[in-house]
Design a binder for this molecule. Structure first.
Ligand code: CTP
Length: 397
């Protein structure tokens, strides 16, 4: 039920707008109050009269209608809702949202709000698949915007593929989920991320190419599902997520100490690219060129944080997830790594140079559990994070 939940429903311009009329009825049947906003393009597909008749209240449609502003300003309109639903969400409206435009009532409401937003995209299949739309989706997911659909099927334009707006029952389920407490509420999850730096001397260090993008996205996705997230990060290039506890470390040994101090946790996700070796004898004096020929660097092995936590005798997190960055025989190596380290799941990816994954925006992963290997299609790192967070929520349920 959605008793007394206040939904601001933005109806964009698209043939799927007719479904939003039924959506209004079904939302109201469940007890929600629906305040409708119709974009200018939306009025080409459904009339303000039918929308306001079904909603039982007036429809807002133009930012510069001074009567609207006097009755309720756009800031108040956007914030007095429990959830903003955009159905249909057009490619154009999503592009405006991704870039922060505010040139009409709908885009202004979406920029001014601090309320959760759920989009039900609907567009031609080519528009959905276009790199620009996919980039915008990635940005919006990163901003914490929720999505339902689109579905695959025959489209009004005669083509077939993804782009059909989700059906009303699916949108209702997504609205109910968005308004419920997240499935990870009350769960504490630890995430490691980024590279580690191992000093050679006070000015030089051993590093790797990890940007921290995947770990950051995972922390954000877990927080979006309601988890209390402790984010232990090495010196990453992407900024840490908001709304989580951030612990900054430099070396593998710092990271292990921070992880141990942060336990207990319900789940621990080890996305950091930890340096396997450190200098056996780091020096606090800069190594000089002139001091007797080429320096010989002697290494010592770093502690394996994932293996250490996986093998804790008492108080082990009930789900321990490691990553495996491989360049060949990905599933075989990752399966062996899972057994060797003793973790529950391994998220394996192919980081060979041609894939563009290391330091890039996309990832193609295989999830290895005790049920075997499951390959996910190549997708944005935020989408990988969202899928993984949902699987973690199911596992902890
Ligand atoms: N890891 C860790 N501590 C380390 C090294 C790795 O916690 N000292 C974790 C990583 O965060 C990742 C997983 O172990 O979740 C896999 O790391 P990876 O470097 O790919 O595996 P290795 O065991 O180092 O094996 P190899 O380098 O031979 O592939």
């Amino acid at each position: 039920m959605l008793t007394s939940k206040r939904i601001l429903l933005i109806i964009g311009g698209g043939i799927a707008a007719f479904k939003s009329l039924d959506l209004i009825r079904r939302l109201r049947e469940r007890g929600a109050e629906v305040t409708p906003v119709l974009t200018r393009a939306g009025t080409e597909f459904v009339t303000p009269l039918s929308v306001s008749a079904l909603a039982g209240r007036r429809v807002f449609s133009d930012l510069f209608d001074l009567t609207d502003e006097a009755e309720m300003g756009h800031i108040e309109l956007s914030r007095s809702a429990d959830l903003i639903v955009v159905a249909p969400a057009t490619a154009d409206l999503m592009a405006k949202m991704a870039h922060g435009h505010a040139d009409d009532l709908a885009s202004t409401l979406l920029l001014a709000t601090d309320t959760p937003v759920l989009l039900a995209p609907a567009m031609n299949v080519r528009m959905w698949q276009h790199a620009a739309t996919q980039r915008n989706i990635e940005t919006l997911i990163g901003d914490g915007i929720g999505f339902v659909g689109p579905n695959e099927g025959d489209m009004a334009c005669g083509e077939h593929g993804p782009g059909r707006m989700a059906e009303v029952p699916e949108i209702l389920a997504a609205v109910e989920a968005a308004l419920a407490d997240g499935p990870l509420r009350g769960r504490r999850v630890l995430v490691t991320s980024g590279p580690t730096h191992e000093p050679i001397d006070p000015v030089r260090y051993i590093a790797n190419r990890s940007s921290g993008a995947q770990g950051t996205a995972i922390a954000r996705a877990l927080a979006a599902l309601g988890a209390e997230v402790v984010f232990v990060t090495g010196p990453a290039t992407v900024p840490p997520p908001e709304g989580v506890e951030v612990i900054r470390v430099e070396t593998a040994r710092h990271m292990l100490a921070a992880v141990e101090a942060a336990l207990p946790a319900d789940a621990a996700i080890f996305a950091a690219a930890v340096a396997d070796w450190r200098m056996a004898q780091p020096t606090d004096r800069k190594i000089k060129k002139t001091e007797g020929g080429l320096p010989v660097l002697e290494f010592a092995e770093n502690p394996d944080i994932l293996a250490t936590v996986s093998q804790i005798a008492e108080g082990r997190p009930s789900l321990v997830v490691g990553f495996a960055a491989e360049t060949h025989d990905v599933v075989e190596h990752a399966t062996a790594k899972r057994a060797r380290k003793g973790c529950d799941w391994i998220v394996a990816n192919d980081v060979s140079a041609g894939t563009g994954i290391m330091g890039g925006t996309e990832n193609a992963v295989t999830l290895i559990t005790d049920e075997g290997a499951e390959s996910w299609p190549r997708m944005g790192k935020a989408q990988v994070a969202r899928h993984l967070a949902e699987r973690i929520a199911q596992a902890l349920a």
